[in-house]
Design a protein around this ligand. Sequence first.
Ligand code: BQF
Length: 291
Amino acid sequence: MVLIDGKATANQIKNEIAEEVKAITSKGERAPHLAAVLVGNDGASLTYVGSKVRSCEKVGFDSSLIRLPEETTEQELLAKIEELNQDETLDGYIVQLPLPKHIDEEKVLLAIDPKKDVDGFHPSNFGRMALELETFIPATPFGIMQLIERYDIDTQGKHVVVIGRSHIVGRPISILMSQKGAYGNATVTVAHSRTKDLKALTQQADIIVSALGIPGFVTADMVKEGVVIIDVGITRVEDASKEKGYYITGDVDFDSVAQKASYITPVPGGVGPMTIAMLLKNTLLARKWNA
Ligand code: BQF
Protein backbone atom coordinates (compact mmCIF):
# COMPACT_ATOMS: atom_id res chain seq x y z
CA MET A 1 0.00 0.00 0.00
CA VAL A 2 1.27 3.44 -0.94
CA LEU A 3 0.16 6.31 1.30
CA ILE A 4 -0.38 9.33 -0.94
CA ASP A 5 1.26 12.24 0.86
CA GLY A 6 -0.76 15.29 -0.16
CA LYS A 7 0.97 17.53 2.30
CA ALA A 8 4.45 16.76 0.93
CA THR A 9 3.24 17.01 -2.68
CA ALA A 10 1.55 20.35 -1.94
CA ASN A 11 4.78 21.64 -0.38
CA GLN A 12 6.72 20.52 -3.44
CA ILE A 13 4.29 22.38 -5.71
CA LYS A 14 4.53 25.48 -3.49
CA ASN A 15 8.34 25.35 -3.78
CA GLU A 16 8.01 25.17 -7.58
CA ILE A 17 5.66 28.17 -7.51
CA ALA A 18 8.04 30.11 -5.22
CA GLU A 19 10.81 29.61 -7.82
CA GLU A 20 8.56 31.01 -10.55
CA VAL A 21 7.65 33.99 -8.38
CA LYS A 22 11.36 34.73 -7.90
CA ALA A 23 11.85 34.63 -11.67
CA ILE A 24 8.99 37.15 -12.10
CA THR A 25 10.08 39.58 -9.37
CA SER A 26 13.75 39.40 -10.37
CA LYS A 27 12.68 40.89 -13.73
CA GLY A 28 11.33 43.85 -11.76
CA GLU A 29 7.70 42.81 -12.24
CA ARG A 30 5.25 42.73 -9.33
CA ALA A 31 4.46 39.45 -7.57
CA PRO A 32 1.19 37.60 -8.29
CA HIS A 33 -1.65 38.92 -6.11
CA LEU A 34 -4.56 36.81 -4.79
CA ALA A 35 -7.51 38.20 -2.84
CA ALA A 36 -10.07 36.29 -0.79
CA VAL A 37 -13.49 37.58 0.20
CA LEU A 38 -14.96 36.11 3.37
CA VAL A 39 -18.52 37.01 4.36
CA GLY A 40 -19.36 36.27 8.00
CA ASN A 41 -17.56 34.35 10.72
CA ASP A 42 -17.95 30.65 9.95
CA GLY A 43 -15.18 28.85 11.84
CA ALA A 44 -14.17 26.40 9.11
CA SER A 45 -14.21 29.15 6.45
CA LEU A 46 -11.95 31.31 8.62
CA THR A 47 -9.51 28.42 8.91
CA TYR A 48 -9.54 27.84 5.15
CA VAL A 49 -8.98 31.49 4.13
CA GLY A 50 -6.36 31.81 6.85
CA SER A 51 -4.32 28.98 5.38
CA LYS A 52 -4.77 30.40 1.87
CA VAL A 53 -3.34 33.76 2.98
CA ARG A 54 -0.44 32.07 4.81
CA SER A 55 0.33 29.97 1.74
CA CYS A 56 0.46 33.13 -0.39
CA GLU A 57 3.09 34.55 1.93
CA LYS A 58 5.04 31.29 1.76
CA VAL A 59 5.38 31.40 -2.05
CA GLY A 60 5.95 35.17 -2.25
CA PHE A 61 2.51 36.20 -3.52
CA ASP A 62 0.82 39.39 -2.42
CA SER A 63 -2.49 38.63 -0.73
CA SER A 64 -5.54 40.54 0.46
CA LEU A 65 -8.17 39.23 2.84
CA ILE A 66 -11.44 41.13 2.52
CA ARG A 67 -13.71 40.42 5.48
CA LEU A 68 -17.34 41.51 5.26
CA PRO A 69 -19.91 41.21 8.06
CA GLU A 70 -22.48 38.41 8.15
CA GLU A 71 -25.25 40.99 7.42
CA THR A 72 -23.67 42.08 4.10
CA THR A 73 -26.39 42.29 1.44
CA GLU A 74 -26.13 40.57 -1.92
CA GLN A 75 -25.96 44.01 -3.53
CA GLU A 76 -23.05 45.08 -1.33
CA LEU A 77 -21.16 41.89 -2.12
CA LEU A 78 -21.79 42.36 -5.85
CA ALA A 79 -20.43 45.92 -5.57
CA LYS A 80 -17.25 44.59 -3.91
CA ILE A 81 -16.89 42.01 -6.70
CA GLU A 82 -17.21 44.72 -9.34
CA GLU A 83 -14.44 46.61 -7.55
CA LEU A 84 -12.20 43.52 -7.56
CA ASN A 85 -12.94 42.90 -11.26
CA GLN A 86 -11.65 46.43 -12.02
CA ASP A 87 -8.60 46.25 -9.72
CA GLU A 88 -5.59 45.99 -12.03
CA THR A 89 -3.23 45.11 -9.18
CA LEU A 90 -5.16 41.87 -8.62
CA ASP A 91 -4.51 38.73 -10.70
CA GLY A 92 -7.22 36.58 -9.20
CA TYR A 93 -9.62 36.29 -6.32
CA ILE A 94 -11.97 33.88 -4.62
CA VAL A 95 -15.22 34.26 -2.75
CA GLN A 96 -15.03 31.79 0.13
CA LEU A 97 -17.98 29.37 0.14
CA PRO A 98 -20.45 28.75 1.65
CA LEU A 99 -22.05 32.22 1.63
CA PRO A 100 -24.73 33.25 4.16
CA LYS A 101 -28.17 31.93 3.17
CA HIS A 102 -29.58 35.36 2.20
CA ILE A 103 -27.03 35.65 -0.65
CA ASP A 104 -27.57 33.86 -3.98
CA GLU A 105 -24.31 31.99 -4.63
CA GLU A 106 -25.04 31.54 -8.33
CA LYS A 107 -25.52 35.29 -8.85
CA VAL A 108 -22.23 35.98 -7.10
CA LEU A 109 -20.25 33.42 -9.11
CA LEU A 110 -21.69 34.86 -12.35
CA ALA A 111 -20.43 38.32 -11.38
CA ILE A 112 -16.79 37.25 -11.07
CA ASP A 113 -14.69 38.15 -14.10
CA PRO A 114 -13.84 34.69 -15.57
CA LYS A 115 -10.26 35.90 -16.14
CA LYS A 116 -9.86 36.38 -12.37
CA ASP A 117 -11.91 33.34 -11.35
CA VAL A 118 -9.05 31.27 -9.90
CA ASP A 119 -11.54 28.89 -8.22
CA GLY A 120 -12.85 28.05 -11.71
CA PHE A 121 -16.48 28.17 -10.55
CA HIS A 122 -17.84 30.62 -13.18
CA PRO A 123 -20.10 28.81 -15.69
CA SER A 124 -17.90 29.88 -18.61
CA ASN A 125 -14.82 28.40 -16.94
CA PHE A 126 -16.69 25.21 -16.05
CA GLY A 127 -17.79 25.00 -19.68
CA ARG A 128 -14.26 25.59 -20.93
CA MET A 129 -13.02 22.80 -18.65
CA ALA A 130 -15.66 20.42 -20.02
CA LEU A 131 -14.61 21.33 -23.58
CA GLU A 132 -10.88 20.89 -22.80
CA LEU A 133 -10.05 24.55 -23.40
CA GLU A 134 -7.41 26.46 -21.43
CA THR A 135 -9.02 27.52 -18.13
CA PHE A 136 -8.85 27.51 -14.35
CA ILE A 137 -9.64 23.99 -13.15
CA PRO A 138 -11.33 24.01 -9.73
CA ALA A 139 -8.66 23.54 -7.08
CA THR A 140 -9.86 20.27 -5.51
CA PRO A 141 -10.24 18.26 -8.74
CA PHE A 142 -7.04 19.91 -10.05
CA GLY A 143 -5.29 18.72 -6.88
CA ILE A 144 -6.60 15.17 -7.28
CA MET A 145 -5.37 15.07 -10.91
CA GLN A 146 -1.94 16.28 -9.75
CA LEU A 147 -1.73 13.51 -7.13
CA ILE A 148 -2.68 10.90 -9.75
CA GLU A 149 -0.04 12.32 -12.10
CA ARG A 150 2.77 12.69 -9.57
CA TYR A 151 2.18 9.19 -8.17
CA ASP A 152 1.89 7.92 -11.77
CA ILE A 153 -1.37 6.09 -11.10
CA ASP A 154 -2.66 4.25 -14.18
CA THR A 155 -6.12 5.48 -15.18
CA GLN A 156 -6.27 4.18 -18.76
CA GLY A 157 -9.52 2.25 -19.23
CA LYS A 158 -9.93 1.95 -15.46
CA HIS A 159 -13.32 2.06 -13.81
CA VAL A 160 -13.59 5.10 -11.56
CA VAL A 161 -16.53 5.38 -9.18
CA VAL A 162 -17.06 8.95 -7.99
CA ILE A 163 -19.31 9.24 -4.95
CA GLY A 164 -20.98 12.65 -4.97
CA ARG A 165 -22.04 15.00 -7.78
CA SER A 166 -21.23 18.45 -6.33
CA HIS A 167 -20.28 21.27 -8.70
CA ILE A 168 -17.00 21.71 -6.84
CA VAL A 169 -15.68 18.13 -6.67
CA GLY A 170 -17.77 15.19 -7.90
CA ARG A 171 -18.98 16.58 -11.22
CA PRO A 172 -15.69 18.17 -12.35
CA ILE A 173 -13.49 15.18 -11.35
CA SER A 174 -15.83 12.88 -13.30
CA ILE A 175 -15.33 15.04 -16.38
CA LEU A 176 -11.54 15.31 -16.01
CA MET A 177 -10.92 11.60 -15.48
CA SER A 178 -12.98 10.60 -18.52
CA GLN A 179 -11.16 13.06 -20.79
CA LYS A 180 -8.48 11.94 -23.23
CA GLY A 181 -4.93 12.05 -21.93
CA ALA A 182 -2.13 10.36 -20.01
CA TYR A 183 -4.00 10.51 -16.68
CA GLY A 184 -7.52 10.32 -18.14
CA ASN A 185 -9.27 7.81 -20.41
CA ALA A 186 -11.07 6.32 -17.43
CA THR A 187 -14.60 4.96 -17.50
CA VAL A 188 -16.42 6.97 -14.89
CA THR A 189 -19.55 6.23 -12.88
CA VAL A 190 -21.00 9.10 -10.86
CA ALA A 191 -22.86 7.77 -7.83
CA HIS A 192 -25.14 9.87 -5.64
CA SER A 193 -27.96 9.72 -3.13
CA ARG A 194 -30.36 8.07 -5.63
CA THR A 195 -27.88 5.44 -6.80
CA LYS A 196 -29.13 1.87 -6.44
CA ASP A 197 -26.77 -0.73 -4.99
CA LEU A 198 -23.71 1.49 -4.56
CA LYS A 199 -21.80 -1.42 -3.04
CA ALA A 200 -22.08 -3.44 -6.27
CA LEU A 201 -20.51 -0.45 -8.10
CA THR A 202 -17.72 0.26 -5.63
CA GLN A 203 -16.79 -3.43 -5.53
CA GLN A 204 -16.14 -3.15 -9.29
CA ALA A 205 -14.13 0.07 -8.99
CA ASP A 206 -10.41 0.31 -9.76
CA ILE A 207 -10.41 3.85 -8.35
CA ILE A 208 -12.87 5.36 -5.85
CA VAL A 209 -13.16 9.12 -5.37
CA SER A 210 -15.35 9.81 -2.37
CA ALA A 211 -16.67 13.35 -1.98
CA LEU A 212 -19.65 12.83 0.26
CA GLY A 213 -18.90 14.18 3.74
CA ILE A 214 -20.01 11.18 5.80
CA PRO A 215 -17.28 9.82 8.10
CA GLY A 216 -16.54 6.12 7.70
CA PHE A 217 -18.98 5.70 4.78
CA VAL A 218 -16.63 3.66 2.58
CA THR A 219 -15.87 0.38 4.36
CA ALA A 220 -13.55 -2.52 3.50
CA ASP A 221 -16.41 -4.80 2.34
CA MET A 222 -17.26 -2.20 -0.37
CA VAL A 223 -13.87 -2.29 -2.13
CA LYS A 224 -11.81 -4.80 -4.05
CA GLU A 225 -8.20 -5.77 -3.46
CA GLY A 226 -5.79 -3.25 -5.06
CA VAL A 227 -8.26 -0.36 -5.22
CA VAL A 228 -7.00 3.26 -5.40
CA ILE A 229 -8.76 5.41 -2.80
CA ILE A 230 -9.06 9.19 -3.07
CA ASP A 231 -10.81 10.50 0.03
CA VAL A 232 -12.15 14.03 -0.44
CA GLY A 233 -14.45 14.00 2.60
CA ILE A 234 -13.64 16.53 5.31
CA THR A 235 -15.86 16.37 8.38
CA ARG A 236 -15.17 18.14 11.65
CA VAL A 237 -15.91 15.91 14.61
CA GLU A 238 -16.20 17.56 18.01
CA ASP A 239 -13.71 16.14 20.49
CA ALA A 240 -12.93 17.93 23.74
CA SER A 241 -9.68 15.97 24.13
CA LYS A 242 -8.23 17.67 21.03
CA GLU A 243 -6.37 20.97 21.17
CA LYS A 244 -8.80 22.68 18.79
CA GLY A 245 -11.88 20.98 20.23
CA TYR A 246 -12.35 18.89 17.07
CA TYR A 247 -10.57 16.59 14.68
CA ILE A 248 -11.12 16.20 10.94
CA THR A 249 -11.88 12.91 9.27
CA GLY A 250 -12.66 11.59 5.79
CA ASP A 251 -15.37 9.45 4.15
CA VAL A 252 -13.26 6.31 4.25
CA ASP A 253 -12.83 3.87 7.13
CA PHE A 254 -9.09 4.28 6.71
CA ASP A 255 -7.63 1.47 8.84
CA SER A 256 -9.67 -1.33 7.25
CA VAL A 257 -9.76 0.02 3.67
CA ALA A 258 -6.00 0.75 3.63
CA GLN A 259 -5.35 -2.99 4.05
CA LYS A 260 -6.93 -3.68 0.64
CA ALA A 261 -5.80 -0.52 -1.18
CA SER A 262 -2.83 -0.13 -3.54
CA TYR A 263 -2.88 3.66 -3.01
CA ILE A 264 -4.82 5.71 -0.47
CA THR A 265 -5.04 9.37 0.55
CA PRO A 266 -5.22 10.14 4.29
CA VAL A 267 -7.42 12.78 5.92
CA PRO A 268 -5.96 15.10 7.02
CA GLY A 269 -2.91 15.50 4.81
CA GLY A 270 -4.28 14.10 1.54
CA VAL A 271 -6.41 16.03 -0.94
CA GLY A 272 -6.97 19.04 1.40
CA PRO A 273 -3.47 20.54 1.22
CA MET A 274 -3.46 20.04 -2.56
CA THR A 275 -6.55 22.26 -2.82
CA ILE A 276 -4.57 25.18 -1.43
CA ALA A 277 -1.52 24.49 -3.64
CA MET A 278 -3.64 24.40 -6.80
CA LEU A 279 -5.35 27.67 -5.91
CA LEU A 280 -1.87 29.21 -5.90
CA LYS A 281 -1.09 27.48 -9.20
CA ASN A 282 -4.23 29.00 -10.74
CA THR A 283 -3.23 32.45 -9.48
CA LEU A 284 0.17 32.06 -11.13
CA LEU A 285 -1.61 31.01 -14.35
CA ALA A 286 -3.86 34.10 -14.07
CA ARG A 287 -0.72 36.24 -13.78
CA LYS A 288 0.64 34.67 -16.98
CA TRP A 289 -2.57 34.65 -19.01
CA ASN A 290 -3.60 38.21 -18.12
CA ALA A 291 -0.16 39.76 -18.57
C1 BQF B 1 -5.95 18.60 5.35
C2 BQF B 1 -13.63 23.25 1.92
C3 BQF B 1 -15.78 22.25 2.25
C4 BQF B 1 -16.41 23.47 2.02
C5 BQF B 1 -15.66 24.59 1.73
C6 BQF B 1 -5.80 20.87 4.36
C7 BQF B 1 -7.77 22.12 3.79
C8 BQF B 1 -8.54 21.11 4.33
C9 BQF B 1 -7.95 19.96 4.84
C10 BQF B 1 -8.39 23.33 3.19
C11 BQF B 1 -12.16 23.21 1.87
C12 BQF B 1 -11.43 21.94 2.13
C13 BQF B 1 -11.46 24.39 1.64
C14 BQF B 1 -6.58 19.83 4.86
C15 BQF B 1 -9.96 24.45 1.64
C16 BQF B 1 -9.96 22.04 1.74
O1 BQF B 1 -4.81 18.61 5.82
O2 BQF B 1 -6.58 17.54 5.21
C17 BQF B 1 -6.39 21.99 3.82
O3 BQF B 1 -8.00 24.40 3.59
N1 BQF B 1 -9.38 23.27 2.23
C18 BQF B 1 -12.20 25.59 1.39
O4 BQF B 1 -11.62 26.65 1.16
O5 BQF B 1 -13.53 25.59 1.41
C19 BQF B 1 -14.27 24.48 1.67
C20 BQF B 1 -14.41 22.14 2.20
